[in-house]
Design a protein around this ligand. Structure first.
Ligand SMILES: [Zn+2]
Length: 301
């Protein structure tokens, strides 16, 4: 099923953006693309770890980060063969039904949208980001990740599915679900069960128009650190539970994390190092793939 007879598949995906509550609880960002120098440095550390294991990672970036005079960290990432794809220009809500719901900047200045519909604005955001990736880095974006993730993916948004298909994307990544029985202070066992259920229910699939969806599975760093306030090694424990479950069931495991959270909470890249070592040590082998690889290999039309 997987290339080279591997028993399971691991994709490690990272959204490059700033995030509220990180690095400080009061941190808030209107421009998610104002990437902090320490977050850029963290990306370099991640690339060092990837190099050590000889694997490629999947990144997504907000277009406004490409306005920064210093994009050397992105140039290195691209030069070393990692995948870099589209995360909209300003981290807009792809399901917004009204202009002000797209992003705070549209709420403050809805006239920026002119006569455009929210869907037209989304198309513009996506096209600007793909143009920025081409201009600054010579990269052709092939995949799209929605800002925020949805427990039903894009299933209730056929117009967004069509837009992504029309824009030529080879995959979308919009679907995330990892619910615990107890929403308030779930136990470790509750969380482990949720991680396993997430993998069982969120394997890659296609939308009705043929667009592949590669969901985010297991526990995201945003939920781990912002919602649950987990300790770093507790978070890493749940990532290894996901690796073991994917191996036992021959599944795809696509994990979501953010350099902006990890730089604050996992400064030495222990998650990346631990997950890769655990996956690559499994007998029979692990196919470490980017989402681009998954869409082209497992979901080829
Ligand atoms: Zn994001």
């Amino acid at each position: 099923m997987y290339p080279s007879g591997a028993q399971f598949c691991l994709s490690l995906t990272f959204d490059i953006e700033m995030s509220y509550n990180f690095p400080y609880w009061h941190s808030d960002y209107d421009d998610y693309g104002a990437i902090d120098p320490h977050v850029k440095q963290y990306v370099h550390t991640m690339l060092d770890v990837a190099q050590k294991y000889g694997v490629e990672l999947q990144f997504f970036v907000v277009g406004s980060a490409l306005e920064d005079p210093d994009v050397d960290y992105l140039k290195r990432l691209v030069a070393e063969g990692h995948a870099l794809d589209n995360h909209t220009y300003r981290h807009v809500n792809v399901k917004a039904a009204r202009i002000p719901d797209l992003h705070p900047s549209y709420k403050r200045a809805p006239w920026r949208a002119g006569n455009l519909t929210p869907l037209d604005c989304l198309r513009h955001e996506i096209q600007q980001t793909s143009a920025g990736l081409r201009e600054r880095l010579g990269v052709a974006a092939k995949g799209f990740r929605t800002p925020g993730a949805f427990p039903n993916g894009l299933q209730d948004s056929p117009a967004v599915q069509s837009l992504l298909h029309e824009e030529g994307f080879r995959f979308a990544s919009a679907h995330y679900k990892c619910p615990t029985e107890r929403t308030w202070r779930p136990t470790r066992a509750d969380m482990e069960a949720a991680v396993r259920l997430s993998l069982d229910s969120l394997q890659p699939y296609r939308y009705p128009n043929g667009l592949p969806e590669i969901p985010m599975m297991g526990l995201s760093d945003a939920i781990a650190f912002r919602t649950l306030d987990l300790d770093r090694w507790e978070y890493i424990h749940h990532a290894t539970v996901a690796v073991d479950h994917a191996y036992d069931h021959g599944q795809v495991l696509s994990l979501l994390a953010h350099p902006s959270y990890l730089a604050a909470r996992d400064p030495h890249c222990d998650m990346l190092d631990t997950v890769l070592r655990r996956a690559l040590d499994k007998p029979g082998g692990c196919w470490v793939a980017t989402n681009r690889d998954i869409s082209e290999t497992l979901l080829a039309a």
